[in-house]
Each structure stands twice: as structure tokens, then as C-alpha cells.
Design a protein around this ligand. Structure first.
Ligand code: GLN
Length: 504
């Protein structure tokens, strides 16, 4: 039998539907792959003990003639920021080690209801703070393209699991780029939906005005199939958007014909090329833009003068919201408690938070509480919110002239483990291209655009669209993906060296 772990989710789903393979076989193949490579990759914090039973139930239902959803029986990796009843949920932190949730996150519940089989929980920077997964309390994840390099962050585990063929699909969260930047450095596809398009109920909050859950996959169509399952209104999430959404899988299938590119107006931010993109990243981006133009798209230079302040504004707004969200880890309600004999409640709380939080989390709590404190609020938090408004206006002006905005998804390819760990500002700079979308609530997609001419590592191209126009990203992403894969003679991941032999 062909290696089931190499199949796209859509193709695996077709084989499951026709009865050619069973979900137990597909799930076992992925569990075997995890056993084979995850000692090196460390994409998973927890592998499910229930996956085979759950797959068996799907197979039984299918054999009994039940009409099942398209992805029924397909395995799924779940970022550990999402709570689950049958596996621990730690958000990459010691403070939640072993924590069992009494309920499933809405996206997990919807995935289960659609017959997807959760394989396990994926590694991440602690509380989703980071761009390399090195801030995980459980050790870093390694990039399957080169095990000495980072898989991006904070969702490096989900991206690496998909890139290393340990799972065909994964769920991620994107507060400032944590779905798109890992996609960029691992040669995978990642989508940050419109703010409010996908429920955040049961997602352990980082910054509530920025967080969004989305799909991680090896193709645009696969991402669309998963988005169709997890998206849509959820009464449990107060920020969830009302109204119906089109099928994103249908949008991807339509996009693959390429017709969408004729007359498509693609905006390129004129201020961005000066912002220090690695030459190989800039080359790959230019080649993709030339390809779009050749296929009939019109490339339009646009101005977004406030994007350069996005990182500064984000790193005030995010810590402010995070410091408030993380106040609930108080040694009483969730997770770890460090006893202080004879100590007060405050002593126990302080000792617990000291032992339970890692250095990046502490740094952001300090920054956030400072920015929110009386006397500094207007100067820091208030100013950052004003910048946020200016960035939203930059988007509104740009989208008056263009259909999508394109850029490289991140400034560099995967850097070496440890390279930026002691330099928070260098780490924050990775989010240069992704953060504006979170500040404005607009959707973004990252798809592989090729290998960098200077170091041979994967590069991603990002497209942004106006709020609620997520389907446009699937159409455009699938159109470019089809052109690029024609050029490469197959998916980019077929060229990943560390994967061909399983482990190095
Ligand atoms: N790298 C960004 C940060 O550290 C983004 C994180 C995210 O999207 N969760 O905050």
C-alpha cells in the first residue's frame, strides 16, 4: 500500500470514502510515523491513547452505511493551546502541566463531530509567546528541513508535524503570526482567518483582541476543507461573527483553475522591501509576483506608511492583554501550586507563578502590567491603540485599490536553534510581515513560494484580504500553488531532505 502519511488530506479522505483504506490504517500509519521521527522533531507534547478507538468508531459507522462528512477518519494534530477532554492541555507551560479540561474547545468539538481523529497535542512557545517554539517549557521543536533549525513559532509543533508527515492536518492559533510564520519556514500552508471567523472558545487566551484559530496543512485545498469544519458562528464566543460563510474548499477548487488571476489586483507595500528581508526570501517573493503577473494579475504598488509601527504597537497591546489573561493562573483555579509552609495566599501565588512561568512569559507580564499602570496607560497602551487605528486605515485605503496585498510571510528563512533566543527584539522582528493583519483583524494566508536562493530553505508568500473575504485568499492561494507546483513538478515538501530517510 502507498505510504498513507504522504497523502494530502483530500486524497486520504477520498480513499477512506471509497473504502480503499480504513481510518484505523490511516491513523496507525501516522502514529507509526510519529514513533519513527518525533524523537528528533518533538512536534508532539502528547500523543493520544484514544486515536485508534476513535478511528475504529468512524470505520464502524462507515461500514454500517452512515453518510459521513468529507474528512471523516482523517487524522488531525491539535495545538496545545486548545483544550481537550481526553488529553492534557498545557499551552506549552509548566504551570499547566497535566491539566485536564472539563470541555473541548469548539474547534476540537467540531473536528470530532466531523469525524476527524485527534492524534495528539502539538508543541508551542509557552502561552503562544514566540516565533521559534524555543520558549516551550517542554523543549524546542525542530524543523524537519534541518533539525538544527527552528520550525517557527509559536505553532512550530503543528507546522513541523504536518511538514514531517506526522499528520496531514493541524490546528493552530495566530495572534501575531503563529500560523503563518511557521508555515513560511516549514514549507507548509497556514491561514489566519478573519478575526471572529473561527471560534476561540476553549483556546487558552493570549491576547483576546488579536487571537484567531486556523488551519495548518500541506495544500490550500486541505486547509479549506478543515476551515469549513471549524469555522462559523459559535454562541460560546462573544466575538464570533454572525452570518454564513462560503465553502473554503470550494473556493480553493475554483482557484486552482487559475481564472481568478486574470485582472486580479495584487498590492505590494512599497515601504516593505526596505525592511530588511533576507535576499533569498526577497528573490523568491519577486519570482512569485512575476508569475502572478504573467498569469494576468496586475501588480499595484501601495502605501501603508504605518505598518512600520506595527511591531511596536503589538508589543504593547499584546503584553497588556496577556498580563490580564494570565492573571487567572493564580495557584487556586488551574494547574500547578507551590506550597509555602506558613506562607500567605499571596506567597503561594507568587511562588507558583515564579516556578510555573518561563522567562518570556514573565517578561511580557512585566511589560504589560507596566504599560497598563496608572500614569503610563495613555503614553503606552493608549498610543499603541491609536497606531492600531492608523494601521486599520492603511488597510482600508489599500483595499480601495487592490484585491489582495502580497508580501513575504517573514523576513528570513528558518534560523538556527539558539540564534535569537537571548535577543527578544530580534525574535520579535520575525513578525514584521504578519502582525499588521492581526492588528486590523483581516485574514491572511501563507503558502510555500519556493526555496531561498541563498540558503535553500523554504520561503512563504503571504496574501492578505479585507475582513470576511477569506474565500478570496483560498482562491488566490490555490491559483498560485497550482502554478508553482507545475513549475516544481510537485509539492515543495517532496524536496525536504531530512524527510526522505525519515530521520537524519
Ligand atoms: N511571535 C508573536 C509573539 O511572540 C506571535 C505569537 C502568536 O501569533 N501567537 O507574540
Amino acid at each position: 500500500m502507498a505510504d498513507l502519511t504522504r497523502l494530502a488530506a483530500a486524497d486520504l479522505a477520498a480513499k477512506l470514502a471509497s473504502g480503499e483504506v480504513s481510518s484505523v490504517e490511516a491513523t496507525q500509519a501516522h502514529l507509526d510515523r510519529i514513533a519513527q521521527v518525533d524523537g528528533d522533531v518533538n512536534a508532539f507534547l502528547h500523543v493520544s491513547d484514544h486515536a485508534i478507538d476513535q478511528a475504529q468508531r468512524i470505520d464502524d459507522a462507515r461500514r454500517a452505511g452512515e453518510q459521513l462528512p468529507e474528512l471523516a477518519g482523517v487524522p488531525l494534530a491539535v495545538k496545545d493551546v486548545l483544550v481537550t477532554t481526553d488529553m492534557p492541555s498545557t499551552s506549552g507551560s509548566k504551570i499547566l502541566e497535566g491539566y485536564m479540561s472539563p470541555y473541548d474547545a469548539t474547534v476540537v468539538a467540531r473536528a470530532r463531530a466531523a469525524g476527524l481523529v485527534p492524534l495528539g497535542k502539538t508543541n508551542m512557545d509557552e502561552f503562544a509567546m514566540g516565533s521559534s517554539t524555543e520558549h516551550s517549557a517542554y523543549g524546542p521543536t525542530r524543523n524537519p528541513w534541518d533539525l538544527d533549525r527552528i520550525p517557527g513559532g509559536s505553532g512550530g509543533g503543528s507546522a513541523a508535524a504536518v511538514a514531517a508527515f506526522e499528520a496531514p492536518l493541524a490546528l493552530g492559533s495566530d495572534t501575531g503570526g503563529s500560523i503563518r510564520q511557521p508555515a513560511h519556514v516549514t514549507g507548509t500552508v497556514g491561514i489566519k482567518p478573519t478575526y471572529g471567523a473561527v471560534s476561540r472558545y476553549g483556546a487558552i487566551a493570549l491576547a483576546s483582541s488579536l487571537d484567531q484559530i486556523g488551519p495548518v496543512s500541506r495544500s490550500v485545498l486541505d486547509a479549506g476543507l478543515l476551515h469549513d469544519v471549524i469555522g462559523g458562528h459559535d454562541p460560546h464566543d462573544a466575538t464570533s461573527l454572525e452570518g454564513a460563510w462560503p465553502s473554503f474548499a470550494a473556493a480553493a477548487r475554483e482557484g486552482a483553475t487559475g481564472e481568478v488571476l486574470t485582472g486580479l489586483k495584487v498590492g505590494v507595500v512599497k515601504e516593505l522591501p526596505d525592511s530588511g528581508f533576507q535576499p533569498g526570501v526577497a528573490d523568491s517573493f519577486r519570482a512569485s509576483i512575476a508569475m502572478l503577473e504573467k498569469a494576468g494579475a496586475e501588480i499595484v504598488e501601495i502605501s501603508a506608511p504605518h505598518f512600520e509601527y506595527a511591531i511596536a504597537a503589538y508589543y504593547l497591546i499584546l503584553p497588556a492583554e496577556a498580563s490580564s489573561n494570565l492573571a487567572k493562573f493564580d495557584s487556586v483555579r488551574f494547574g500547578m501550586r507551590v506550597d509555602v509552609p506558613g506562607g500567605t495566599v499571596e506567597d503561594v501565588m507568587a511562588a507558583t507563578r515564579d516556578a510555573g512561568f518561563g522567562p518570556e512569559v514573565k517578561r511580557r507580564i512585566i511589560l504589560g502590567t507596566y504599560a497598563l499602570s496608572a500614569g503610563y496607560y495613555d503614553a503606552y497602551y493608549g498610543s499603541a491603540q491609536k497606531v492600531r487605528t492608523l494601521i486599520q486605515r492603511d488597510f482600508a485605503n489599500a483595499f480601495a485599490d487592490v484585491d489582495v496585498i502580497a508580501s513575504p510571510s517573514a523576513p528570513t528563512t528558518a534560523f538556527r536553534l539558539g540564534e535569537k533566543l537571548d535577543d527578544p527584539l530580534a525574535m520579535y522582528a520575525n513578525d514584521l510581515a504578519t502582525i499588521p493583519a492581526n492588528l486590523a483583524g483581516v485574514p491572511g494566508i501563507s503558502i510555500p513560494s519556493g526555496l531561498a536562493s541563498d540558503d535553500g530553505l523554504p520561503v512563504g508568500i503571504q496574501f492578505l484580504a479585507p475582513a470576511r473575504e477569506d474565500a478570496r485568499l483560498y482562491r488566490v492561494g490555490a491559483a498560485l500553488e497550482a502554478l508553482l507546483e507545475d513549475d516544481w513538478g510537485g509539492p515543495l515538501l517532496d524536496r525536504a531532505p531530512a524527510l526522505t530517510g525519515g530521520t537524519r
